[in-house]
Design a protein around this ligand. Structure first.
Ligand SMILES: [Zn+2]
Ligand SMILES: [Zn+2]
Length: 120
């Protein structure tokens, strides 16, 4: 793994806020001033392909990145694109029961209006 890729991975793993590529680039620059934004995008793509980093597609906003270790789902605000983590333990078992199949994996994204946007 290149130094750049390790740095990018470390930044994603140290963040609990689902950073965008731009935010990851800003943090990376502090540690490696010579790093280019293209390098960040390229390495993020590779890390997502290898399953080391999870990508969250946000409608009408830049994608966000997350650690894949702890299984959880995402609630995305339709209004501002804020991402909240939701723990849905046991959902895979429910899916297996409902389908009567050995479901291996599922992808779920839920949309809502976040509390901040609701208060406007
Ligand atoms: Zn919102
Ligand atoms: Zn998350």
């Amino acid at each position: 793994m290149t130094k750049q890729r390790k740095l990018i991975k470390d930044i994603v793993y140290a963040s609990y806020k689902h950073p965008t590529a731009e935010e990851i680039f800003e943090s990376a620059k502090k540690k490696m001033p010579s790093i280019a934004v293209g390098t960040v995008y390229r390495n993020l793509t590779l890390l997502v392909e290898s399953g080391e980093v999870r990508k969250i597609d946000v409608p009408n906003a830049p994608s966000k990145y997350d650690r894949p270790q702890i299984p959880h789902e995402h609630l995305i605000c339709k209004n501002c694109g804020a991402v909240a983590d939701v723990d849905l333990v046991g959902l895979l078992d429910v899916l297996k029961q409902k389908t009567c199949e050995e479901v291996i994996e599922y992808k779920l994204t839920m949309y809502y209006v976040c509390p901040k946007c609701k208060n406007f």
